[in-house]
Design a protein around this ligand. Structure first.
Ligand code: 13P
Length: 280
C-alpha cells in the first residue's frame, strides 16, 4: 500500500464519518506501533507527522520504510507528513525519501516571501502528488524546542488568508486562532468566529496546531467550523516520558527494556484514541 497524501487521507477519514484527521507527532521510532494500534482500534486512517528534528534523528528513509511497511501489514491508510519546515532543501529530502505530505512554514517571513517560498514548494510537490500545508500568522508556544514569545503571536486575518490561498493554492492552511504549541497552564481559547470566517473565505481545509491543551468541547466544535487536520504533539511525549520515568524508577537494570516501554506505548495509544474519538 502506498502512502496517501492529505487530500486522499481526508477522503478516507470522511468516508468513515470523521470530520477531521488527527496528525500525530512521532517522537521516536519506539512509538510507531502504538500509533497503528490506535488507528486499528478506532478504524481510523492515520496521519503521522515528523518534525525536522525527529527526521534528522531517525533518518528520512527509516521513517518512510517503517511507516510504509506497517501501513501495509496493518492495512491502515496512512499519510506521512513533514511538520513545520522552513528549509526547502530538507523538504526536498523528505519528498525524495517518499513522504506523502509536507509543511512549508514561512509564517515568520513577510507575506510576500511566505507566498514566494510556498509557491516553490507547491511546484515541487504537484508532479509527485504530495500535499502541501502552509502557515499564516504566528502560533505561540514552543516548536521543536524553540520558543515563540507571547508578544510574537499573530492571529491570522480573513483577508490575508483569502489572498494567501489565491496566490499559493496550498492543500491546507495552518491558522493562528488561539492555540499555542506545547503545554498550557490553562485551556486554549479558540476564536471560533475568526475560524469560521477564514474557512468561509478560503474554502480550504484548515489546520489546528497545538492540539494539546484544547478542551474536548472546543475540539469538537472546531472540526465543524473548517478544521480538517488537528495537530497533536506534546501530549504523547508527556504520557510516554511520564510512564517511562515511573517504570524506570521501579525497574532493575537487567529487566527487559520492554517492561518499561510497553506501558509508555499503551499510554500513547490511549491519547490517540481519545483524540480520534473527538473527530467523529
Ligand atoms: P502540541 O504539541 O501543542 O500538541 O502541538 C503540536 C503541533 O501543532 C505540531 O505542529
Amino acid at each position: 500500500m502506498s502512502l496517501l497524501n492529505f487530500n486522499a487521507i481526508l477522503d478516507v477519514a470522511q468516508q468513515r464519518q470523521f470530520k477531521a484527521i488527527g496528525s500525530f507527532n512521532l517522537h521516536c521510532i519506539e512509538m510507531l506501533p502504538a500509533f497503528f494500534r490506535a488507528a486499528k482500534k478506532t478504524d481510523s486512517p492515520l496521519m503521522i507527522q515528523i518534525s525536522t528534528g525527529t527526521a534528522e534523528y531517525l533518518g528520512y528513509k527509516l521513517l518512510v520504510d517503517s511507516v510504509r511497511s506497517l501501513a501495509e501489514s496493518e492495512n491502515v491508510p496512512t499519510c506521512l507528513h513533514l511538520d513545520h519546515c522552513s528549509d526547502i532543501k530538507a523538504i526536498e529530502t523528505a519528498m525524495n525519501a517518499g513522504f506523502s505530505s509536507v509543511m512549508y512554514d514561512g509564517s515568520h517571513l513577510s507575506m510576500e516571501d511566505n507566498i514566494a517560498n510556498t509557491r516553490i514548494v507547491v511546484e515541487m510537490a504537484r508532479p509527485r502528488n504530495i500535499s502541501v500545508e502552509a502557515e499564516l500568522g504566528a502560533i505561540g508556544g514552543s516548536e521543536d524546542g524553540k520558543a515563540v514569545a507571547e508578544e510574537d503571536i499573530c492571529f491570522t486575518t480573513v483577508e490575508e488568508a483569502r489572498h494567501f490561498i489565491e496566490e499559493t493554492h496550498v492543500d491546507m492552511l495552518a491558522v493562528s486562532v488561539g492555540t499555542v504549541h506545547g503545554l498550557y497552564t490553562g485551556k486554549a481559547h479558540i476564536q471560533h468566529q475568526r475560524l469560521k470566517e477564514i474557512s468561509e473565505a478560503t474554502k480550504t481545509p484548515l489546520v489546528l496546531h497545538g492540539g494539546t491543551g484544547v478542551s474536548d468541547d472546543d475540539m469538537r466544535l472546531a472540526v465543524t467550523e473548517g478544521i480538517n487536520k488537528v495537530n497533536v504533539g506534546t501530549e504523547m511525549n508527556v504520557q510516554w516520558v511520564g510512564q517511562c520515568k515511573t517504570m524506570f524508577e521501579k525497574g532493575k537494570v537487567n529487566d527487559s527494556v520492554r517492561k518499561f516501554l510497553i506501558p509508555a506505548n499503551d499510554a500513547v495509544t490511549n491519547v490517540l484514541m481519545e483524540k480520534i474519538a473527538l473527530f467523529k
